[in-house]
Design a protein around this ligand. Structure first.
Ligand SMILES: C[S@@+](CC[C@H](N)C(=O)[O-])C[C@H]1O[C@@H](n2cnc3c(N)ncnc32)[C@H](O)[C@@H]1O
Length: 287
């Protein structure tokens, strides 16, 4: 018997498609193909590392993320795609050891600087990519594996299987909800399509098809972000608009966006306000 997939599908032909027929890997690849910016390379993240570290110091993301789990002092944690240590640094005070892995040398250098400043001796830094052979790199399984906002890979099912394989007790992945940090209003002002690529719903369904029933929770971030000056605020927006380079007309629209949303603060810093807050899904499963 044929079943309608949706009212839209009903308009044309009926379909026999069932949930189990959906190939989430293929759907993810198709969505990924449409995303508006190319995948960033280690050098791109190197250039972003200083600003990323500075702007994420103030963000409530790490506290919100860490508050969702019952960290144990004897645990070892692998933080893959650790960036400047958004989670590795606060985690090092709660668990026995953290392995902080990233393919960007500059992100790891930011982490090293802060690690020294805080006197934390239980973070081991590893420069490696998701795609590398972790066995050959002698990275052992850890009690917890975290992939926080870092699963930018061509093979998502492969990377998720790796998270699962390297986690002994708990695996945690956080992923964008919809546009996430990409402000749709910015794209509308520039008259560019906002195509951020596949979001968390693909991740949850790919996990399901891997036989993993994950828990999903959400973090809604603040709508305001503080920058030391207009140039830094502008640079953070340009990071979202990396490709293609801005035309002269788009440059002018970007300035309009900044004029409308950037307010000076009494201490000399600047507050950038967006209408829609960024949301992240925190997807976790026990082993
Ligand atoms: C958005 S930052 C997230 C950093 C941190 N986990 C957080 O939540 O704040 C993404 C990080 O993933 C790293 N990354 C991206 N693709 C990677 C890959 N294929 N292998 C290893 N690290 C990668 C980048 O260098 C960057 O530090």
């Amino acid at each position: 018997m044929s079943r309608p997939l949706s009212s839209a599908a009903c308009k044309g032909t009926a379909t026999d498609m069932r949930y189990r027929d959906l190939d989430w890997k293929a759907l993810w690849q198709e969505e990924y193909r449409h995303k508006s910016r190319p995948r960033r390379k280690p050098g791109d993240w190197d250039r972003r590392a200083g600003d990323f570290a500075a702007s994420h110091k103030e963000s409530p993301y790490a506290d919100e993320f860490l508050a969702r789990f019952n960290w144990q002092p004897e645990w070892t944690v692998l933080d893959a795609g650790c960036g400047p240590g958004t989670l590795s640094l606060p985690l090092a005070r709660r668990v026995k050891e953290v392995t902080a892995l990233d393919f960007s040398a500059e992100m790891l250098a930011q982490l090293a600087k802060e690690q020294t400043r805080q006197g934390l001796t239980n973070i081991q830094r590893v420069q490696a990519a998701w795609e590398d052979d972790w066995q050959a790199l002698a990275i052992p399984p850890h009690d917890v594996v975290i992939a926080s906002r870092s699963l930018a890979v061509d093979d998502l099912p492969g990377a998720l299987a790796k998270v699962d394989q390297w986690a002994r007790r708990l695996a945690i992945v956080s992923d964008r909800v919809g546009a996430g940090p990409f402000d749709p209003d910015l794209f509308a002002t520039l008259q560019r399509p906002c195509e951020p690529g596949p979001d968390y719903i693909f991740t949850v369904n790919i996990l399901y098809q891997l036989g993993i029933q994950a828990r999903v929770d959400f973090i809604t971030l603040e709508q305001d972000r503080v920058y030391p000056n207009r140039e830094k605020a502008r640079a953070s927006l340009l990071w979202m608009l990396s490709e293609p380079p801005l035309s002269a007309a788009e440059e002018a629209r970007l300035e309009e966006y900044l004029d409308a949303r950037l307010q000076p603060r009494p201490d000399g810093s600047w507050l950038l306000t967006r209408r829609q807050p960024a949301r992240w899904a925190v997807i976790s499963w026990s082993k």
